[in-house]
Design a protein around this ligand. Structure first.
Ligand code: TGC
Ligand code: FAD
Length: 402
């Protein structure tokens, strides 16, 4: 009897995990990283996907979601266990973001802000008592946080902020307006960045939102990120104790927080992109056109192939950046490249999927247009596409072209 090479199996449509893991990254994750990913995946499939179209149409972020995220251990996953976090790796945080954004970018926004923009600065720059008081409550979502950097006239250029702080004895007085603040009106605490009136430097504060003179108003006219709370914050002679001042000075403070959140976004958007690719691949298989499934048409396959390649390359980039981050090598320019290019890849995938779904693609019964519109925000926040392009330009040339 002669032996022969194994017969190749007939081509079948790729399964979910095959599409998302074409280069076998799965084998490189630790068992803890896989566990975190799988538990978030199950939660998103069971609790987010069946409802998200309706929440998005209604412009609603359900009030009980934060506690569910907290109970699952999704908030502040990289913060040490003694402060209520899971002490998990940067890669675990990335995978978590990818899974939650498979559901919706607004859900990931909540997690990003709570973890990277509120818990991280408290952990990195807060005094011990502040960490002990707030981090466990933020991890369980007993307390919700927001991050106030952007202002009506200072977005890409936060150095132009108008919000001011003034020291009076053992307290600080804050005045100003912050705009486009995720979770603003639902937050119990706000990380607020303000310029010191006497020293000129930028300082950060943890402001309790029930303090006198603090108020928040939601922005209701969004055609993007509809299942996410976005607010304007008003600070009118708000008094903050010195103990709630973060121990960092200059723009380095807020920008170091953005470096954490942008890293998470570089992973997160892959979830939205893969959701679009999978939806489009399933749809074209079932959709008859000119006597055959759309899936049999060359131009349709070309569109799917571009999405697949873009998202796979983005996955390799995110994975490698995660391992670099675990060694402290997540330089701002590396993070800028990953944020910019992975958002571009996800947006291209969402637009292509929207197109392949034809008329059905404009309804929220499918995910493509919701992801596409959400990703327009993701392209703008945490540094616009242009800001990250100029960061990379500066890295190459040494010239600051902002
Ligand atoms: P520049 O002179 O370059 O830097 C000032 C200081 O900051 C340091 N630095 C960073 N540190 C850590 N991470 C980064 N990514 C950093 N980028 C800069 C820098 O080393 C320097 O430190 P030092 O100690 O020498 O003083 O500052 P610049 O004024 O020229 O501005 C540079 C620019 C344009 C890149 C920066 O302003 C910028 O990133 N602008 C975009 C602003 C932005 O991204 N805003 C986001 C607001 S938050 C948000 O969108 C949340 S969305 C939440 C959600 O729902 O998910
Ligand atoms: P601008 O800075 O005015 O930019 C307008 C245009 O000019 C853009 O195309 C930009 O790329 C371009 N541009 C800017 N500079 C240059 C240049 N030098 N050369 C060429 N072109 C340039 N902020 C927070 O602080 N906390 C939050 O929680 C938060 N959440 C958000 C949630 C949502 C839904 C949105 C939409 C925004 C959120 N933001 C938040 C604000 C976000 O970070 C800003 O919108 C973003 O940084 C851009 O600022 P801007 O809107 O003022 O636009």
């Amino acid at each position: 009897m002669t032996t022969s090479a194994p017969t190749p199996t007939a081509p079948t449509p790729a399964t979910t995990s095959a599409l998302q893991d074409f280069f076998e990254l799965d084998a490189l994750y630790t068992s803890e990283e896989r566990l975190i990913r799988d538990s978030v995946r199950e939660f998103v499939r069971g609790e987010i996907l069946p409802e998200i179209g309706e929440w998005w149409q209604e412009g609603r972020f359900p009030a009980d979601l934060p506690q569910k995220f907290g109970a699952l251990g999704m908030l502040g996953v990289t913060i040490p266990e003694e402060y209520g976090g899971a002490g998990a790796s940067a890669t675990a945080y990335g995978l978590l973001n990818r899974e939650i954004e498979y559901g919706d970018s607004g859900m990931r926004s909540f997690v990003s802000v709570q973890s990277s923009l509120v818990m991280y600065p408290i952990f990195a720059y807060g005094r011990e008592a502040l960490k002990r008081e707030w981090l466990p409550r933020l991890a369980s979502a007993e307390a919700i946080g927001c991050f106030g950097l952007t202002e009506p006239d200072a977005g890409s250029d936060p150095g132009n902020m108008r919000t001011r702080c003034r020291r009076v004895g053992d307290e600080w007085v804050l005045n100003g307006v912050k705009r486009w603040i995720t979770s603003g009106s639902t937050a119990h605490v706000a990380v607020v960045w303000a310029r010191d009136e006497s020293e000129g430097t930028v300082r950060g504060f943890l402001v309790e939102t029930d303090a006198g003179g603090f108020s928040a108003l939601d922005i209701k006219t969004k055609a993007s990120m509809r299942a996410s709370v976005t607010s304007e914050l008003y600070l009118d002679d708000v008094i903050v104790p010195e103990a709630s001042r973060l121990e960092v000075q200059g723009l380095r403070g807020p920008l170091s927080c953005l470096n954490q959140a942008r890293y998470g976004i570089a992973w997160g958007v892959l979830g939205a992109g893969f959701a679009c690719l999978e939806e489009a691949a399933a749809y074209v298989e079932d959709r008859p056109v000119f006597g055959m499934p759309l899936a049999g048409k060359q131009l349709v396959q070309a569109s799917l192939a571009d999405m697949f390649s873009d998202l796979t390359k983005g996955s390799l980039l995110a994975y490698h950046l995660g391992r670099l981050k675990e060694q402290g090598k997540d330089t701002p320019a590396r993070v800028s490249m990953a944020k910019r290019d992975n958002v571009r890849a996800a947006l291209r995938a969402a637009r292509a999927a929207r197109d392949l779904l034809g008329g059905n693609g404009i309804t929220t019964e499918y995910g493509a247009i919701r992801h596409m519109l959400n990703l327009e925000t993701v392209s703008t926040y945490e540094g616009t596409d242009t800001v990250h392009t100029l960061v990379l330009g500066r890295e190459i040339t040494g010239h600051n072209a902002f």
